[in-house]
Design a protein. Structure first.
Length: 171
């Protein structure tokens, strides 16, 4: 009888280890599925788009072209101020478009062709002059609407460039 009990001890120990192993795997899977669930429940992260390029204005036809040279799509949030309206009708803007081209948001941006230069004379007087160029570099930082599918840049409310966000993966 005593010999029989000695054989049951290793068997009981093995069963206990097996039960704890199965319970541990179930707990790990439950924790993993809870983590996946919590990740799905988190709110989407804000996104920024940085756009650089060149704007060229033809003064004879009063038309603009915009060539985009670099686009960076990243997670982040920024405080953006509305650009003051540009005098006259030389305003630049951009629209964030959703599915089927529906306008989600529109903002005015500074006219990259207009540059204000400040200088001083030898007698200490300060003066500033505004210069309108035929071409200029531009840089725009855009806080994206999470439903935006593309960005359209406009000159005098006419589209001059379009960026499809699906072409630029988040870094």
């Amino acid at each position: 009888m005593r010999n029989r009990r000695l054989h049951l001890v290793p068997l009981a120990f093995a069963c206990t280890v097996l039960c704890f192993g199965v319970w541990g795997c179930r707990t790990q899977r439950a924790l993993q599925s809870d983590a996946d669930y919590m990740e799905e429940m988190e709110e989407p992260r804000p996104e920024l788009l940085f756009v650089m390029g060149t704007v060229v204005h033809d003064s004879l036809t009063d038309e603009c072209r915009m060539m985009v040279s670099d686009v960076s799509h990243v997670y982040g949030e920024a405080k953006l101020e509305m650009a003051s309206e540009v005098e006259g009708d030389q305003s630049f803007s951009y629209d964030q478009l959703g599915a089927a081209g529906r306008k989600l948001e529109s903002r005015t941006m500074e006219n990259p062709l207009v540059q204000t230069l400040e200088f001083s004379y030898e007698d200490g007087r300060l003066e500033s002059r505004t210069v309108v160029r035929d071409s200029a570099q531009f840089f725009v930082r855009i806080q994206l609407n999470l439903q935006a599918k593309s960005i359209t840049f406009n000159y005098k409310k006419k589209p001059i460039a379009n960026i499809k966000l699906s072409n630029y993966k988040i870094k």
